[in-house]
Design a protein. Structure first.
Length: 109
């Protein structure tokens, strides 16, 4: 969401912070086009208290609807998330138990 790769694609870089002399790095957020399907998909981060999703740094966010929660067959808590980015509608699964990651894919409006 920092370095635009194309009109409707993005990738976030330099997702590192330091704490007590140690560096921690995350993969960052990205939205790209799947060459097999031609549809958008990727990873964003949940800011559930704000009802928003965005990039890892938190400086880019968009409104989101956090829907139904469920317990997966693996015993972790997940939640449906819906949002729109650059005019494209997305559905995602928020992996609440272990992270703030939302794996997203393009859906019809």
């Amino acid at each position: 969401m920092r370095d635009l790769v194309g009109v409707d694609t993005c990738i976030e870089r330099k997702c590192v912070f330091e704490f007590e002399g140690r560096s921690f790095e995350a993969g960052g957020a990205f939205i790209g086009v799947n060459p097999k399907t031609g549809k958008h998909g990727g990873i964003v981060y949940a800011f559930e208290n704000e009802k928003r999703v965005g990039n890892w740094h938190g400086d880019i966010k968009t409104s989101a609807h956090f829907g139904r929660e469920w317990i997966s067959v693996f015993g972790d808590k997940r939640q449906s998330v819906y949002f729109q980015w650059k005019g494209i509608n997305f559905y995602g699964v928020y992996y609440k138990s272990g992270s703030d990651i939302v794996r997203v894919r393009e859906i019809r409006g």
